[in-house]
Design a protein around this ligand. Structure first.
Ligand SMILES: *Cc1c(COP(=O)(O)O)cnc(C)c1O
Length: 309
């Protein structure tokens, strides 16, 4: 398990890797504050607030849902880190983005230079954090003499997947061994997310000045079987995976992202998707604060689970 849940700061998660690059870009552009959008329990919004605070960039968050008199989970943490929260009263992504544009306009008129980060931080620059992340993983594996067949992770806005695809393409272009990447969709359809991630990976490579390195369509693997009816709507397989991880490894997964991705991994093991005894890396992308929001934890009614080694 690649533990981005332990990456810190602000309780960690995959968005830290993207924000490392996005905040450098904000600083290079002379921005004086950050702004982003997300669902009510957005991990990305919480981490933008945490890192904005650390880098002296006051942060505005435009969030779905409604404000709560008793904020919990990610919202509580974002408040703790000092972010200003805005609730336009919609859960529609396009409407949230346009509310962000409107707020940015107001701040610019008041003489500020806000740096706008789209949903999930999934820009070509944000994706570079995961190109570096994939390289970090392979370096660690090489040090341990460990050759994983695949890396499995949750995908929603596509930046994590895209960054890894970009780095994988570099390894393979050099004739080096590089594990498959299996992205388990927790948001859109597998086709939409695959096309989006491939395009974002292409832009990331172009930005690196590597236009000749191809993103092969066969390398883009998105498994759309585990999302259930919609983003953030729990599934029984996802909930079973949250319980299994908690009760076999004291590994804390969440219902929105990592639980569904881990359900995908367990499902693929059951299908004999990989050769016997293949080593697989589960990339834990974080998300544990959402467990402490209303409805964030699966009901623990199952008395006991079979333990997986
Ligand atoms: C955002 C997020 C993801 C998905 O990453 P993307 O780059 O948006 O696809 C996965 N897991 C958690 C916990 C997240 O917060």
């Amino acid at each position: 398990v690649k533990r981005d849940d332990l990456i810190g700061p602000g309780m960690g998660g995959n968005k830290v890797r993207k924000l490392e690059f996005l905040i450098a870009d904000a600083q290079a552009q002379g921005a004086d504050r950050l702004m982003t959008v997300g669902a009510g329990q957005s991990n990305h919004a919480r981490l933008t607030a945490a890192l904005g605070m650390l880098f002296g960039l006051p942060t505005d968050l435009v969030l779905g849902g409604r404000p709560s008199p008793q904020p919990s989970g990610n919202q509580l943490l974002a408040k703790l880190f000092g972010a200003r929260m805005h609730y336009p009263g919609t859960d529609d992504w396009a409407e949230l983005e346009s509310a962000q544009q409107q707020l940015a306009g107001q701040l610019q008129q008041a003489g500020h230079r806000p740096y706008l980060i789209p949903i999930g931080g999934s820009t070509p620059i944000g994706a570079l954090g995961f190109a570096a992340g994939y390289d970090e993983l392979l370096t660690q594996c090489a040090q341990l003499g460990f050759r994983p067949a695949a890396v499995v992770h949750a995908t929603s806005s596509g930046g994590t997947h895209a960054g890894m695809l970009a780095a994988q393409a570099c390894y393979r272009a050099d004739g080096l061994d590089a594990p498959d990447i299996v992205a388990v969709s927790v948001a859109k359809t597998a086709d939409d997310l695959g096309i989006h991630a491939a395009a974002l990976a292409r832009s990331a490579l172009d930005r690196l000045g590597l236009p000749d390195i191809p993103i092969e369509s066969a390398a883009v693997k998105v498994d759309g079987r585990w999302r259930g009816t919609d983003y953030a709507v729990p599934t029984s397989a996802g909930d079973a995976a949250v319980l299994a991880a908690a009760r076999s490894g004291a590994l804390v997964l969440d219902r929105v992202y990592t639980g569904k991705a881990f359900a995908g991994l367990l499902g693929m093991l059951d299908d004999d998707h990989w050769p016997d005894m293949a080593d697989i890396v589960f990339w834990h992308t974080g998300g544990q604060p959402a467990l402490f929001a209303p409805g964030g934890c699966p009901p623990c009614t199952v008395p006991e689970l079979s333990h997986r080694a």
